[in-house]
Design a protein around this ligand. Structure first.
Ligand code: NAD
Length: 498
């Protein structure tokens, strides 16, 4: 890996593509308004990006509509789509350094993480769905001898994909991977904090030979570009990842326009439930620390609430502090850095507000302050608040920063389950215990889309990801189940005459 100075030098000469990618090419934006895309690393401007509006969205949707309707993509054999998508994945990997640098500069992610996780995660996702699509069979229904009833999956059409800034490449790939593999066409709207890697994906798709109009990328903020996409009458489905508040809006847009399908992946406040018989407290502490501090806590399923049996609390907190010592905020462009920046001044201020609240209402067990490893940037120390009552705002709100709240319980599984479930969200949870019966029981009772037992964060593209309650509905990302909301089931009933 290149040295820190080299990444800083490269960042200084960055000249990223900012124009919307529509119908196979970068186009002049219809909107003449721009927004400043600032780097949270040091607050400097990375680029002035077009704030695309309804006219740009119209052009992108028209291109996607045409590309869907004329069959240039959906009528290809699955194997042919697979080949094109495999080339797309190869192109992403071939541009690993460039994409990682864009990602690191745009959102303040450690360059090492972007190189090791985000770019490969994006390429692997595209590849996984490419490989899957020519191995899926449709169904023949068990009718009587006078009929043949085929149950086929058809692509749903034009898919609007709207994503947040915390994992721009990976989350875009979780949407466009299965959508494109299934034969849909896409309009991708990245978050205004992180448009650059998505815009490069557009060019790479063209380089890989995806037909014009199959993947379009429109940068812009929520009201200017997101809302027109959500309300567009020619969009058949929205695949959204982001906050619960904006997820609600997409439901409204769909209801007030063409009743397009909406799949929502939203926020979280995931509990880590630890019993005193946790098999390896040191390993648990390490996983719990990584589970909240990785990506500076800006992870939807971050294990942000520690529900811990009183007798093991001190030991666990000591272990978390030990791991956190190696997870201090640093320059995202230094390959040694393990924790980067908070994405924006606004988000930094929000997280700082929760630090103040926690200092007033709870006991600071670790950190509790902002940090400044790079002048002008936005950073927060790994923070642990102990003695937290689950009714406090720090326990209820999704802070989306490196902040863990600690909730003690007396050892009763029912109390632990009640505390774990006492949240509006239900994205993920974990239970740590040596008692296999209790592990199964608690895992069954926790209302979350993923429950880990004696581990955290490990996952595979083969497993679905999504939430219960206010963490979303309408579909799952990852696994073959992602095709469920990106395809329609069609029954073709053939009378065989009698
Ligand atoms: P956000 O909801 O503010 O923004 C997400 C996307 O929606 C962005 O592209 C944004 O431009 C767009 N948007 C914002 N306002 C809009 C509007 N009025 N109309 C249409 N589009 C609009 O979320 P964020 O702050 O970017 O991301 C953080 C949130 O994302 C957290 O809540 C986090 O938990 C969630 N998230 C969930 C998952 C998951 O898989 N469940 C994964 C990552 C992040």
């Amino acid at each position: 890996m290149a040295a820190a100075t080299s990444w800083v030098e490269r960042a200084e000469t960055l000249n990223p593509e900012v124009r919307p990618f529509i119908d196979g090419d970068y186009q002049q934006p219809r909107s003449d308004v721009t927004f400043v895309d600032a780097s949270p690393r040091d607050g400097t401007t990375v680029a002035e990006v077009p704030n695309c509006d309804a006219a740009d969205v119209d052009a992108a949707v028209a291109a996607a509509r045409q590309a869907f309707d004329d069959g240039r993509w959906r009528d290809r054999s699955p194997r042919s789509r697979k080949r094109a998508l495999l080339r797309f994945a190869d192109a992403i990997e071939a541009h690993r350094d460039e994409l990682a640098l864009l990602e690191s500069v745009d959102v303040g992610k450690p360059i090492a993480d972007a190189l090791r996780t985000d770019v490969p995660g994006c390429a692997n996702t595209i590849r996984w769905y490419a490989e899957a699509v020519d191995k899926i069979y449709d169904e023949v229904a068990p009718t009587g001898p006078d009929a043949l009833a085929l149950v086929r999956r058809e692509p749903i059409g034009v898919v609007g994909t709207v994503v947040p800034w915390n994992y721009p490449l990976i989350l875009a790939a979780w949407k466009i991977g299965p959508a494109l593999a299934a034969g849909n066409t896409c309009v991708l709207k990245p978050a205004e904090q992180s448009p650059l890697s998505a815009l490069l994906l557009g060019g790479l798709a063209a380089e890989a030979g995806l037909p014009d109009g199959v993947l379009n990328v429109v940068p812009g903020d929520g009201p200017s570009a997101g809302e027109p996409l959500g309300r567009h009458p020619l969009v058949d489905a929205i695949a959204f990842t982001g906050s619960t508040a904006v997820g609600r809006r997409f439901l409204m847009y769909a209801a007030e326009s063409n009743l397009k399908e909406v799949a929502l992946e939203l926020g979280g406040k995931s509990p880590q439930v630890v019993f005193a018989d946790c098999p390896d407290p040191e390993a648990a502490a390490n996983a719990i620390a990584w589970g909240i501090f990785y990506n500076a806590g800006q992870t939807c399923h971050a294990g942000s609430r520690l529900v811990v049996e009183a007798s093991i609390e001190d030991r666990l907190l000591a272990g978390i502090a030990e791991t956190a010592a190696a997870l201090q905020p640093g320059d995202p462009l230094d390959p040694q850095t393990t924790m980067g920046a908070i994405v924006s001044a606004e988000q930094h201020e929000r997280v700082s507000g929760y630090l103040d609240l926690g200092q007033r209402e709870a006991t600071v067990a670790l950190g509790g302050h902002t940090a400044q490893p790079v002048a002008g940037g936005y950073y927060v120390e790994p923070t642990v608040f102990a003695g937290v009552d689950n009714r406090m705002r720090i326990a209820r709100d999704e802070i989306f920063g490196p902040v863990l709240t600690v909730h003690r319980f007396d050892g009763s599984p029912d109390r632990a389950i009640a505390l774990g479930n006492d949240t509006d969200y239900g994205l993920a949870a974990a239970v740590w215990t040596s008692d296999v019966t209790r592990a199964h029981r608690v895992a069954r009772e926790l209302r979350a889309g993923t429950v880990w037992v004696n581990t955290f964060e490990v996952s595979d593209l083969a497993t679905p990801f999504g939430g219960y309650k206010a963490s979303g509905f309408g579909g799952r990302d990852r696994s073959l189940h992602a095709f469920d909301h990106l395809t329609q089931l069609k029954t073709t009933w053939i009378g065989l005459g009698r």
